[in-house]
Write a protein that binds this ligand. Structure first.
Ligand code: PLP
Length: 388
């Protein structure tokens, strides 16, 4: 029978995470540190604003680029937070989460065969999205010893005549790594010299501990060469509302909007109303959640180190990424055995790229009680399997 799906799909491996979650389905008593999403509900004032808008019958499409009030508020937010000026009419686009923003960005800028440099390990959607746009992902290894940060030299060495863009995402999933402004400046220097675009996924930008949020586009000269992707899912506990945004120079936003208007038309109206409220009054509630993640971060990092799973200190997002080398297992063996023997779900590091081998991702967006119980179970597991 004639193959009914495009060959493009064959280039994208099935998500390693999906396979693992199929295993969990149906198991009872599992503590999940697997899924990367807030365990909080959306702050009530945000939800209430959306409910009010529904009651008032505000259920139509919005303009393709998103509600003008939301773009205006977003523009003011980016100005007061990072000093960046984006024209709400031509340089901002409201998307269905960073997920859609990323897809639009690569589809708007890549020609077939264009290469995109990205850190390894990295968010699972980065290589997949580039492949689906007929681009070539170039994964550059990063190491625990360097805080899982990408250096200017690493990027320089990976650039070829086909490189179109560098895709970074700090604070990072799965490592929790952050990049300070001077480190980001190294990447900016390469981008400027080699005339590359930078796609900066800043979905976790507000979730930073002991430091201030950083924005790549705020580096000198980088605003016009950066596609800034941001969103509401993580910091405001709004994963299901599906709202994100892209900020970039006019031609890029026009290109992204062209795709968005045909494939999505507009982002969810109720979600946009909620996002507007988040920008207007959500920061205090977001701050409370960040403080709670920070408390959990300290407990989990200490706990993992105490039981022999050496863990680098994540400075952002809500993931711990401990080394499992003491067990001599591969990360898949570790995650599967831990689940079957102790009913704790973590994600095997190689799901995020080859350099994630030897690590597992533990999401600490779960209750302190769950974290403490999971650490006890993991301690028993490591004691049984420790090889060195
Ligand atoms: C690094 C990173 N970028 C983007 C996303 C997707 O965000 P959104 O919900 O805005 O589509 C995630 C979700 O886990 C993520 O970890």
């Amino acid at each position: 029978m004639r193959k009914c799906t495009t060959g493009r799909l064959d280039k994208v491996p099935p998500s390693g995470i999906r396979k693992f979650f199929d295993l969990i389905a149906g198991m009872e008593g599992v503590i999940s540190m697997g899924v990367g999403e807030p365990d909080f509900s959306t702050p009530w004032n945000i939800t209430e604003a959306a409910i009010r808008s529904l009651e008032q019958g505000f259920t139509m499409y919005t303009s393709n680029a998103g509600m003008p009030e939301l773009r205006k508020e977003l523009s003011a937010y980016l100005k007061r937070t990072y000093g960046l000026e984006y024209d709400p009419n031509t340089e901002l686009l409201i998307t269905n989460g960073v997920s859609e923003g990323l897809d639009l960005a690569v589809r708007a800028i890549l020609d077939p065969g264009d290469e995109v440099i990205m850190p390894d390990p990295g968010y699972v959607a980065y290589p997949a999205t580039v492949l689906l746009a007929d681009g070539v992902p170039v994964q550059v290894p990063t190491y625990c010893e360097n805080g899982f940060r990408l250096s200017g030299n690493d990027v320089r060495d990976a650039v070829t005549g086909r490189t179109k863009a560098i895709l970074i995402g700090y604070p990072a999933n799965p490592t929790g790594a952050v990049m300070e402004m001077d480190r980001l400046a190294e990447i900016a220097e390469v981008a400027q010299k080699r005339r590359l675009l930078v796609i900066s996924d800043e979905i976790y930008s507000l979730l930073v501990y002991d430091m201030k949020p950083a924005c790549f586009a705020a580096l000198p000269g980088m605003k016009d060469h950066t596609i800034l992707l941001g969103g509401f899912s993580k910091a405001f506990a709004m994963t299901g509302w599906r709202i994100g945004y892209a900020a970039a120079r006019r031609e890029i936003i026009a290109g992204m909007t062209k795709i968005h208007q045909y494939t999505a038309l507009s982002s969810p109206t109720m979600g946009q109303v909620a996002a507007l409220e988040a920008l207007r009054s959500g920061e205090a509630e977001a701050q409370k959640m960040i403080e709670e993640y920070d408390r959990r971060r300290r407990v989990i990092v200490k706990g993992l180190n105490d039981i022999g799973l050496s863990c680098f200190e994540p400075k952002g997002a809500f993931y711990a990424f401990p080394s499992i080398k003491v067990t001599g297992m591969t990360s898949e063996e570790f995650a599967e055995s831990l689940l079957l023997e102790e009913k704790v779900a973590v994600v095997h590091g190689n799901a995020f790229g080859p350099s994630g081998e030897g690590y597992v991702r533990c999401c600490y967006a779960t209750s302190m009680q769950n974290i403490e119980e999971a650490l006890e179970r993991m301690a028993r597991f490591v004691q049984r399997h420790r090889q060195v």
